[in-house]
Each structure stands twice: as structure tokens, then as C-alpha cells.
Design a binder for this molecule. Structure first.
Ligand SMILES: N[C@@H](CCC(=O)N[C@@H](CS)C(=O)NCC(=O)O)C(=O)O
Length: 207
């Protein structure tokens, strides 16, 4: 059975799709509308009551949470070397970045996009937005400093966390007051390298 992926353009499901491409696994996309004022598809809600993508369906069930899905896929298909194995010294760092991206960085993005979800009073939205923009910059700086002059986030081995990093850089938007990726030269270098991969060019429709 091929995988099925609840999917929307510009969402975290794109990163999962790149991972599936890199793993050369068959999959089917279930395109779904996640725009703020649209109702969520009942089939999506049945699997993820939060109404978010990505959700991955596999032969024995379905899972949500992007970081979990990425780990699950890399571990199921270790031949591609997209994740250090549990015995490898880099395994801990791999998990660290995956969790940092999916909890801290992704959350900071959410707060800049949807400040109304993070405060009770409308008057506080501007303050939430300002603080989260600062936070987003601080968090990217942490990643940039950690990379230093390494080739990839984990050093010399390209892994799924580099794909995740790339995906997150595509969410930077001038209209939201986000920093430009070029402000973080090490992040930018890795994002540019990831962008050249055939899997990424296909999923993100770069020519
Ligand atoms: N923590 C979740 C967050 C998923 C998430 O926020 N997905 C976004 C797209 S990137 C979404 O479905 N948004 C719709 C909404 O917030 O209503 C994960 O990492 O999978």
C-alpha cells in the first residue's frame, strides 16, 4: 500500500512530501483546504481533531505532527540515510533539531501569522505579534550560530532536519515583518543547497 498524505501547498506537509520523495516511496496526496475560514474536511478531522496537516496514513494507521511523521518515515526506510540510527552519536542532535523546529520555531511562526489565537483581547494582538517577531528572529539566530561553518545542520551528513530547515525558511514573509533568510548566512547557505535537490525542486515547483 502506498502512503497517503493530507496535503496543502505552503504547509508543513510539503516537507513530509520531500522526505517521501527522498525515500523513493509511493504516496498519494489528499489535497485539503486549511485556509483560516474554511471548514475542515471531515476525513481530516477524523484523523487529526486539530484540523491540521500533515497527516500520514500508512498500512496500519495514521499519525499527525510533522516531526513525528518525519522520524517515523526515516526510521522505516533507513536505506536513504536521512536520519542517524538510534545507535549513532548524532541521533540525539537530530531529534533535538526536529523538536526545536516543530515546537519552538513553528510556534513562533504561528504567533506571527495568527496572533489572535494567542491572546484573549483584540487590543493585545499587536503586542503578541511584535514579541513573536522578535522571538522568531532570536530562534533563527540560535540555529544560525549552531550551524557555524558546517556543511549541514548535523555536520557532514545531509539529513531530514536540513529539509525541515529549508521548509521553515520558505515561510518567511516580508508582509508579516519577518526577517529575510539572508540575515542568517549559515541558514541561508544550507537552504540554498537543499533547494538544489531534485526532490525539493519537484515538490516546490522550482525550475
Ligand atoms: N504541530 C503541528 C502543526 C501543524 C500545523 O500547524 N499545520 C498547519 C499548516 S503548516 C495547519 O494545518 N494550519 C491550519 C490551521 O492552523 O488551522 C505539526 O507540526 O504538524
Amino acid at each position: 500500500m502506498s502512503y497517503q498524505l493530507f496535503y496543502a501547498e505552503q504547509s508543513a506537509a510539503m516537507g513530509v512530501r520531500v522526505v517521501l520523495e527522498e525515500l523513493v516511496q509511493p504516496y498519494e496526496l489528499i489535497e485539503t483546504d486549511i485556509s483560516p475560514n474554511s471548514p475542515r474536511a471531515p476525513a481530516l478531522l477524523a484523523l487529526n481533531p486539530n484540523g491540521w496537516v500533515p497527516v500520514l496514513i500508512w498500512e496500519k494507521g495514521a499519525i499527525y505532527e510533522c516531526g513525528a511523521i518525519v522520524t517515523f518515515l526515516c526510521d522505516r526506510h533507513p536505506h536513504a540515510g536521512l536520519a542517524p540510527s538510534v545507535e549513532d552519536a548524532e541521533r540525539g542532535e537530530f531529534l533535538q533539531w526536529l523538536f526545536f523546529f516543530s515546537s519552538s520555531l513553528q510556534n513562533a511562526y504561528q504567533m506571527t501569522y495568527y496572533p489572535e489565537r494567542f491572546c484573549q483581547e483584540e487590543k493585545d494582538q499587536g503586542s503578541v505579534k511584535q514579541r513573536s517577531l522578535t522571538r522568531l528572529r532570536e530562534l533563527w539566530q540560535v540555529v544560525d550560530d549552531a550551524i557555524g561553518d558546517q556543511q549541514w545542520l548535523l555536520g557532514s551528513q545531509f539529513t531530514a532536519v536540513d529539509i525541515y530547515l529549508f521548509m521553515l525558511t520558505t515561510w518567511l514573509r516580508d508582509e508579516h515583518g519577518h526577517p529575510r533568510v539572508q540575515e542568517f548566512s549559515n541558514v541561508s547557505r544550507i537552504a540554498t543547497a537543499v533547494m538544489k535537490r531534485p526532490s525539493v525542486r519537484m515538490v516546490y515547483s522550482f525550475s
